[in-house]
Design a protein around this ligand. Structure first.
Ligand SMILES: Nc1ncnc2c1ncn2[C@@H]1O[C@H](COP(=O)(O)OP(=O)(O)OP(=O)(O)O)[C@@H](O)[C@H]1O
Ligand SMILES: O=C(O)C1=C[C@@H](O)[C@@H](O)[C@H](O)C1
Ligand SMILES: [Mg+2]
Length: 202
């Protein structure tokens, strides 16, 4: 028998999870490099929900990249736009939403997610985050010559806030599908869906 991969999805229990979400979205929060975009896209496929990345939506709405928004308008303007975009995405739910690394720090955004979503913190160690963020450079906050020090400082401030998420799942360096399955298990358990196991292949 072929082991299940994301090709065999959506998983058994996915329809019941979506039904019990009752229009709420599954919202991934966590540090840059936590895997919100990568894992979120696959989670959407598994649950049969549209996936949307808030960073990409902000770039689309502003018609410029995040580094350009920071450079031209500053971080405060980016944060304002981020709050508005996430509120709109939640209102258009249900979806799987990947948020930007700092989005959950805004109390209004946490409140909006609590009302219209289920928050999932993708938790990873600094060493893991660092090795992942080195691969891409769309993160103006880390472009200061000391990404490790910056990540550590951000994590110290943000970790207690991420810990307020409804669900915490470790984002280890393991196949993405394993992380996705752990999220489905946790969301299913939270919603009382006990059939949320991988669909048998064949
Ligand atoms: N479980 C995993 N194992 C190994 N690598 C992973 C895992 N999850 C994500 N990655 C890798 O880490 C990198 C960062 O992932 P991703 O861009 O999804 O993070 P993010 O949380 O969306 O970051 P940001 O907040 O900056 O948008 C990517 O190269 C991705 O392939
Ligand atoms: O950690 C952060 O504050 C950020 C993370 C990215 O996802 C982007 O939202 C932006 O670069 C800010
Ligand atoms: Mg991302």
């Amino acid at each position: 028998m072929t082991p299940p991969t994301h090709e065999t999805l959506p998983r058994e229990g996915a329809a019941e999870i979506v039904e019990r979400l009752g229009g709420r979205s599954v919202v991934l929060v966590g540090m840059p490099g936590a895997g919100k975009t990568t894992v979120g896209r696959r989670l959407g496929q598994v649950l049969g929900l549209p996936f949307v990345d808030a960073d990409h939506e902000i770039e689309r709405a502003a018609a410029m990249t995040i580094p350009e928004i920071f450079a031209l308008h500053g971080e405060a303007a980016f944060r304002d736009g981020e709050k508005r975009v996430i509120a709109r995405l939640l209102a258009e739910g249900p979806r799987v939403i990947a948020t930007g690394g700092g989005a959950f720090m805004a109390p209004e955004t946490r409140d909006a997610i609590a009302r219209n979503g289920l928050s999932v913190w993708l938790k990873a160690e600094v060493e893991t985050l660092l090795s992942r963020v080195k691969r891409r450079s769309n993160r103006p906050l880390l472009a200061n010559g000391d990404p490790e020090g910056t990540l550590r400082a951000l994590l110290a401030v943000r970790e207690p806030v991420f810990a307020q998420a409804d669900i915490t799942v470790r984002s280890l360096d393991i196949p993405h599908d394993v992380v996705v399955n752990a999220i489905v298990d946790a969301v299913g358990a939270r919603l009382g869906v006990d059939a949320a196991r991988p669909a048998a292949a064949g």
